[in-house]
Design a binder for this molecule. Structure first.
Ligand SMILES: *[C@@H]1O[C@H](CO)[C@@H](O)[C@H](O)[C@H]1NC(C)=O
Ligand SMILES: *[C@@H]1O[C@H](CO)[C@@H](O)[C@H](O)[C@H]1NC(C)=O
Ligand SMILES: *[C@@H]1O[C@H](CO)[C@@H](O)[C@H](O)[C@H]1NC(C)=O
Ligand SMILES: *[C@@H]1O[C@H](CO)[C@@H](O)[C@H](O)[C@H]1NC(C)=O
Ligand SMILES: [Zn+2]
Length: 917
């Protein structure tokens, strides 16, 4: 190209790529299969997975049954429904066999009931879970022979839903998908499983994985499990994402699904723990030691664990995608080609790089291949760079010596390696500075939004919009570095513009390939992102080299930007799908704004690796103009974004309300917390207090309510007994407390003994010589669920596990049990050394300190949720919830009106106290 195109013409020429690739990538990212209604194809008569059937199951569970919180009546109804479904599958099996005599197919059903306890560390806290008579429904599909049952693939979903949610996506849709996948397989004529499939419909995941613990530690067929597939949901739209894969053979199995959607990057992000969440997968890994695949719906995470997790909000095609994925995996794992027998080695850190592409391709290769690939890319890059002529003045000089040396005319001069080395080093320094400047400028804007304007989370309603706010400052920072350092590093006296441009291109290439190699050598498969870019850049530069000439061709940019644009868009969509909704539940103190700003810069930098060379191409006038424009754009977007409210009906704010009756002090209070950094929460709580003060009657109970109208900010620590129901998540809520008029709770001692919430000790023996006290702590909690106790002691041994902390510590034990189970216990042997030998100072306002306090007493905080007082889960039966429920109902109606539906509140009626035993 002899005529040199200017900036605008060049940018225009590249724009189809710059716009088209991200659009294509984004479209494919969210693309879903067409929902199918019929359970049998009406033309071919072949059974098929039907979204309609899956959603019917999800609708039944989430609407006809409702909020299936562990321990509630609805939870028991969900259990009963699933038992019926399991037997229906068994009947289907039997009918299929009688229709096709000789077909090797058997379905067995278990209704597992069991009690247990397990340690469950979460959010950096050591926690124990106990459970009484929780249930699982298990269906095994096999060929009916012992050999066929010897090795099985486990597929898991959970029936229960979390405290404030009907759980249509989380996880009823997965329950439906497994039922539907099983139905399709059984109904397929001639299909016989070579290896068994175990479908686990576990009925306690949200209470911290008790159901999967029960299966993995106590079910008679648990030891036949070789691999697990876990289906989950943290959102309501888009394809189901493969986000954990713990064996290469299982990654290979995933290649069988019709529409693969998953990448090692998601795996690495999830396993880093930054998402602060966990699935049943953990129990199978811990107690069965098997590898597997963890798959979840992640799009539109705003309704995750809210009351809006309803079928009506689930995007069309989501269920179809999950159902077809489950079906394909189960079919493959049950087949003769199944990798189940190779999987005896347990789970492993991934050794396979994998990613899906355009929703149709699934690419995977081993880490060893990745390392070789990097070696090849590196060698090729070095060869290319060292053979590329850098000095235009040199070739011009050659041309000028007309006729003298005709050979040298054709061979442009190659400058000395050390010169190239120094230039590239400067190039890399410039690029690193630009990246740093981009991160800093975006984060400065983030701090400005939070601390100066007080407008954090302005991008919350639209996942991708953070690019508009943080892209411009990031680019400003990067280009400013080029503007200031460029002339310093590459003075025009010794270099011309084309040289600088080419050197920068080579620096980008080398940086990517070196970082990719280092990351891959560290065992992190996400290096593939960098490999992709390096590959594209190398292609672009090879093209440039082959083409020859002084100017770098625009074609080099077109080629070099292909994979970065493609995978960058994918990366950005995945990260924002996860982290933008997450910023609404990360806690009121979390650096959510900076996190989102940083990941935006990260994705933008990844998507535009050739930004600096491109600007270097046009010289400083264009660069300065671009800087001016970007600065203006930054100011404009800050202004526009600062006008935006973070929340609306489709992206509600999460609020946590705990109405607490203290049966030790008779104090009644309303705790109100939030889990995001949006401003104005203080005013919000003040308004609640005013509203309550103005509400002279509570519902139709006739009770009057007086309010101490100044809500107190509660400092969270391990002794806020009234927040223990939500421990350790309570640490994220920065709650306020509004004191209400005291009264004697229906659960208090001295009332109906059938209804009294107590903690007591039996088998109580003090061994003075050994300085120990052994006891069985009994917790009676009629009508209360999710009870938690907390106490300080040096525990020497207990019935929870073999390994209590070896020193005096605060212990938290949480319970979740089946509907109607109202008693649990733990055995303890504690050291007397740090228990009070006489009366410890009793909490203020205690009813009767004399009675409560005794020598060697163990002070136990206890709290639970009233099964009948959870709004809106128990709205259909609200009369049973008494005062608490009446107040929560009124409060919810008021919140709904005040926020115009932009608040999703979890409202719990709790009861608790403290006692010395
Ligand atoms: C078969 O099913 C499709 C899709 O549900 C429908 O459009 C079509 O009319 C059906 N054909 C017959 C012959 O029933
Ligand atoms: C569990 O249920 C069974 C049967 O209903 C009952 O006998 C038992 O006492 C319950 N509790 C525990 C702790 O197993
Ligand atoms: C208090 O209640 C009265 C009557 O229902 C209403 O008119 C008034 O606006 C309320 N005030 C506040 C601050 O909510
Ligand atoms: C009840 O009040 C006592 C005394 O103030 C306190 O220590 C305890 O944490 C409270 N418990 C609950 C559940 O409110
Ligand atoms: Zn779930």
């Amino acid at each position: 190209m002899s005529t040199r195109w200017g900036f605008f013409r060049s940018a225009l020429a590249l724009s189809p790529l710059l716009v088209g690739f991200p659009l294509l990538s984004n479209w494919k990212h969210y693309d879903l299969p067409k929902p199918i209604a019929d359970v049998i194809d009406n033309v071919t008569n072949v059974p098929q997975v039907s979204e309609y059937a899956i959603l019917e199951h999800a609708r039944y569970l989430s609407e006809d049954v409702g909020y299936r919180t562990v321990g509630t009546r609805e939870h028991a109804l969900g259990d009963a429904w699933m038992v019926q479904q399991a037997y229906a599958l068994q009947t289907l099996c039997e009918e299929a066999v009688s229709a096709e005599p000789g077909r090797k197919l058997e379905c067995e059903v278990w209704h597992q009931v069991g009690s247990g306890s397990h340690r469950f560390d979460i959010l950096g806290k050591r926690l124990y879970k106990t459970y009484v008579n929780l249930t699982n429904i298990v269906v095994r599909i096999s060929d009916g022979t012992p050999a066929g049952k010897k090795h099985a693939a486990l597929a898991n979903s959970h029936l229960d839903s979390t405290l404030p949610s009907p759980g249509a996506a989380d996880d009823a849709i997965a329950v439906g998908a497994l039922i539907e996948a099983a139905r399709t397989l059984i109904a397929t004529r001639g299909w016989e499983p070579h290896h068994a499939l175990i479908l686990l419909f576990n009925n306690a995941e949200e209470s911290l994985q008790d159901g999967s613990h029960l299966f993995a530690t106590a079910h008679p067929i648990r030891n036949t499990v070789r691999a697990v597939i876990n289906l989950e949901a943290a959102g309501t739209s888009g394809p189901s994402l493969l986000f954990q894969a713990t064996s290469s053979a299982m990654v290979a199995a995933y290649a069988q699904v019709p529409r693969p959607f998953g990448t090692i990057v998601a795996h690495d992000v999830f396993s880093s723990g930054i998402i602060m969440s966990d699935t049943d997968f953990r129990q199978f890994e811990l107690y069965l030691g098997v590898p597997g695949l963890d798959i979840a719906i992640v799009g539109h995470g705003y309704f995750y664990h809210t009351r809006k997790d309803r079928v009506q909000y689930i995007e069309a095609g989501v269920a179809q995608h999950m159902g077809e994925t489950a079906y394909a995996l189960l079919k493959f794992l049950a087949s003769k080609e199944s990798p189940l027998l190779e999987l005896s080695g347990g789970h492993e850190k991934p050794q396979t790089v994998f990613f899906s592409f355009l929703g149709a391709f699934f690419i995977k290769y081993s880490f060893a291949t990745a390392i070789s690939l990097h070696a090849v890319l590196f060698a090729a890059s070095i060869a290319l760079i060292s053979s590329t002529p850098t000095s235009v003045s040199a070739s011009v000089a050659v041309l000028e010596k007309k006729g003298a040396e005709n050979i040298r005319r054709k061979v442009p001069e190659v400058s000395a390696p050390s010169n190239i080395g120094i230039s590239i080093f400067k190039g890399i320094l410039l690029l690193s500075t630009a990246c740093l400047a981009a991160v800093l400028s975006a984060n400065m804007v983030a701090l400005f939004m939070v601390h100066v304007l007080d407008r954090p989370l302005s991008w919350y309603k639209a996942e991708l919009s953070c690019l508009l706010l943080y892209g411009p400052p990031a680019f400003t920072g990067a280009l400013a570095s080029l503007n200031f350092l460029g002339p310093l590093f590459f003075p025009t006296s010794t270099n011309n513009i084309s040289n600088t441009e080419r050197t920068l291109l080579q620096s980008v290439l080398l940086s990517y390939i070196v970082i990719a190699s280092v990351v891959q050598l560290a065992g992190i498969g996400s290096a593939v992102l960098l490999t992709m870019t390096a590959g594209a850049l190398l292609t672009g530069l090879l093209f440039d080299r082959a083409r020859g000439g002084n100017r770098v061709s625009l074609g080099t940019y077109a080629l070099g930007q292909t994979t970065p644009l493609f995978f960058g868009t994918e990366l950005f969509s995945t990260l924002t799908d996860i982290f933008v909704p997450l910023s609404g539940r990360m806690g009121a103190e979390a650096p959510a704004e900076n996190l989102v700003a940083s990941l935006t810069v990260f994705s933008a930098a990844y998507s535009a690796p050739l930004l600096l060379p491109f600007f270097a191409r046009f010289g400083s006038v264009i660069l300065k103009r671009a800087l001016l424009i970007l600065t203006l754009v930054t100011a404009a977007t800050i202004t526009i974004f600062s006008q935006r409210d973070p929340f609306d009906v489709m992206h509600p704010k999460r609020v946590f309300v705990v109405y607490n009756e203290n049966i030790t002090t008779n104090a009644v209070s309303l705790g109100v917390g939030t889990s995001d950094i949006a401003p104005g929460f203080n005013t919000f709580v003040q308004d609640i207090a005013v509203f309550l003060a103005n509400t002279s009657r509570v519902g139709n109970t006739g009770a009057t309510l007086k309010v101490n109208t100044t809500p107190m900010r509660v400092e969270m620590h391990e002794y806020n007994g009234d927040w223990d129901v939500l421990y350790p998540f309570s640490a994220f809520l920065s709650p306020y407390e509004i004191a209400l008029e005291p009264y004697v709770s229906a659960y208090a001692l001295g009332g109906d003994p059938e209804k009294t919430f107590t903690v007591r000790a039996i088998n109580d023996v003090v061994d003075a010589a050994a300085a120990t006290r052994s006891l069985t702590l009994i917790i009676d909690h009629p009508g209360l669920i999710w009870t938690t106790i907390a106490f300080d002691a040096h525990v020497l041994s207990w019935s929870l596990d073999d390994d209590p902390p070896t020193k005096h510590a605060r212990h938290f034990v949480k319970e979740a049990s089946f509907y109607g189970e109202d008693k649990w216990s733990i055995d303890l042997v504690i050291s007397l050394h740090d228990l009070p030998s006489s009366s410890p100072s009793s909490p203020e306002n205690m009813k009767d300190p004399e009675e409560l306090v005794r020598p060697h007493a163990l002070r136990v905080n206890f709290v639970g949720v009233q099964e009948a007082a959870m709004w809106p889960g128990k709205a259909a039966d609200k009369a049973k919830g008494g005062r608490a429920m009446a107040l929560l109902e009124e409060l919810d109606a008021w919140l709904e009106e005040r926020s115009q539906g932009a608040v999703d509140a979890m409202l719990l009626g709790c009861v608790g106290g403290v006692i010395d035993v």
